[in-house]
Design a protein around this ligand. Structure first.
Ligand SMILES: [Zn+2]
Length: 259
């Protein structure tokens, strides 16, 4: 057996390494690394989610979605919302927020209609009929819940009822043209009685257990429920660089509601 001279095999190794680094550089330029503000993960390996327009949805380390990264940044900038004694109501609680919401001596309530199914919640609550007194909570977080609720207007009115005057309810919903790209008017919410099977709902609303496909007119429902809107463009206002860095969705709204 004839051995290759040592130098030539090292030269080949160097060549291979150079080519690999070149490819990697090209790839990193085409797909810049994203960063998760929640857990610190950095990489190009964020995971897509079925039917969602954007490619980089789920953080491979903490499994948070775009909206949770945005809310995380929101609370970093609004730390004054969480204080000793703050009464918090968190629907479909994202586990990423537990530490933050209990970092002070708060009264933290986690709620879901089916606790244990998707979210690990302590209280079984129908959002259309919230078992708390008027003006009870300082802070309510309700993200991607209303699209699962039969009477979302009633739910919005209930959220407003249990919120303290000057309290904050943060509401997010998936929307056509923002989360989904379905062939319907992006300004008008789509909800039809005949879309009544998981298959039809998946086809028309984007997910099997959604009861409607919201359009930009969702804001109208917020006003109709009596809420006052303090803001909606937190994400857009972060600027393009931050949006890209944290793999956020520029047009996604965080509705900051009060009364
Ligand atoms: Zn993460």
């Amino acid at each position: 057996m004839e051995l290759e001279p040592l130098n030539s095999s090292y030269d080949n190794l160097l060549k291979e390494n150079r080519e690999m680094r070149k490819k990697l550089n090209q790839y990193e330029k085409a797909y810049p690394a994203k960063e998760c503000p929640v857990c610190g993960h950095k990489g190009i390996d964020f995971i897509p989610f079925p039917n969602i327009i954007h490619k980089e949805v789920i953080c491979p380390t903490c499994h948070c979605h775009e909206r949770q990264r945005a809310l995380w940044l929101y609370f970093q900038k609004n730390k004054n919302l969480i204080n000793d004694g703050t009464k918090i109501l968190h629907f479909a609680p994202e586990k990423q927020f537990k530490e933050l919401f209990t970092s002070k001596d708060t009264e933290y309530h986690t709620a879901d209609f089916n606790p244990g199914d998707y979210a690990d919640a302590d209280e079984k609550i129908d959002i259309q009929d919230i078992p708390y007194d008027d003006n009870y909570f300082d802070l309510i977080l309700c993200s991607h819940v209303l699209e699962h609720v039969p009477d979302d207007m009633r739910a919005l009115r209930e959220l407003r009822r249990v919120l303290k005057p000057k309290g904050i309810a943060l509401i997010m919903v998936p929307m056509n043209g923002v989360s989904y790209n379905l062939p319907y008017d992006e300004f008008k919410t789509l909800e039809k009685d005949e879309y009544n099977t998981p298959e039809l709902r998946e086809k028309h609303y984007g997910q099997f257990d959604h009861l409607r496909l919201y359009g930009a007119d969702f804001k109208q429902r917020i006003f109709e429920s009596g809420f006052e809107l303090l803001g909606e463009d937190f994400i857009k206002n972060l600027g393009l660089e931050t949006i890209e860095r944290y793999a956020l969705v520029r047009n996604e709204k965080i509705y900051e509601c009060t009364k």
